[in-house]
Design a protein. Structure first.
Length: 248
């Protein structure tokens, strides 16, 4: 059975935090969900469970974290769970990082203090991931921004070394933003790669598998990856309960 947030197969370690690992896990993936309403929690639990299942079978531990109600951009979404995601609430990011810090430290102790730590942000969580990357608020070894997350185009700071993978989809309303993010990262000479697939706004197994492959390869390879992670034209995927719009 699962708690109100943790899917089957994940252990509740704190309110709004879940952990999963097989024996001998060699790295940690932090997963940030997209925005969701309490009534649609089952859909998020499915995403969380699939991230944990795919990651743990490849030797990763998973720390799944939950956003906060009242953090969404509009009052109509007051009871939805969200992350800081835009210019109106980006200033909240340090408080979220402070809340995450003991959870991240505890998870790293279970995996090994020197184990690589990666970040996978989906949708609203991807926007937050971009804020974390932009401001270097948490020292991740690599970051995957899936379906949402523009950086501040006015920032001309020197590029940071953290490699980034962008994951987008042809029919995703956030695709234009993802393309703009790709251009901005290129302008700033930020080491990054980008993959695309057919389909819409979702986090299917293909996206998760590509993220995990990127984490593995980014440890020893420079970007852009050669050969690339995948060829985009052969991957039409869908996800039950997929969202119809980017969740900023």
């Amino acid at each position: 059975m699962h708690s109100s947030f943790c899917a089957d197969g994940l252990e509740t370690i704190a309110d709004g935090a879940c952990f999963a690992a097989h024996e001998g896990a060699r790295a940690l993936v932090v997963y940030l969900h997209g925005r969701y309403a309490p009534a649609s929690e089952r859909e998020e639990l499915d995403r969380q469970a699939r991230v944990a299942r795919l990651a743990t079978t490849r030797g990763f531990a998973v720390l799944a974290l939950r956003g906060v109600q009242g953090e969404c951009a509009t009052t109509e979404l007051a009871d939805w769970f969200c992350w800081p995601s835009n210019s109106r609430n980006a200033s909240d990011a340090p408080a979220f990082v402070a809340r995450m810090a003991p959870l991240l430290d505890g998870a790293k102790k279970r995996v090994g203090a020197r184990a690589p730590t990666y970040l996978l942000g989906f949708s609203n969580g991807a926007y937050f991931a971009s804020i974390l990357a932009e401001r270097a608020l948490v020292p991740f070894d690599a970051i995957v921004i899936a379906h949402g997350g523009p950086l501040d185009a006015t920032n001309n700071d020197p590029p940071r070394a953290t490699p980034i993978l962008l994951v987008t989809a042809d029919d995703d309303p956030s695709d234009d933003e993802m393309q703009a993010l790709d251009r901005e990262l290129s302008r700033r000479k930020w080491p990054h790669d980008m993959i695309a697939r057919e389909g819409g706004h979702a986090l299917p197994d293909w996206d998760i598998s590509m993220a995990l492959a990127f984490f593995d390869r980014s440890r020893t390879e420079s970007l852009p990856l050669e050969p690339p992670l995948a060829r985009r034209e052969s991957h039409h995927v869908a996800e039950a309960g997929a969202l119809g719009a980017p969740a900023q």
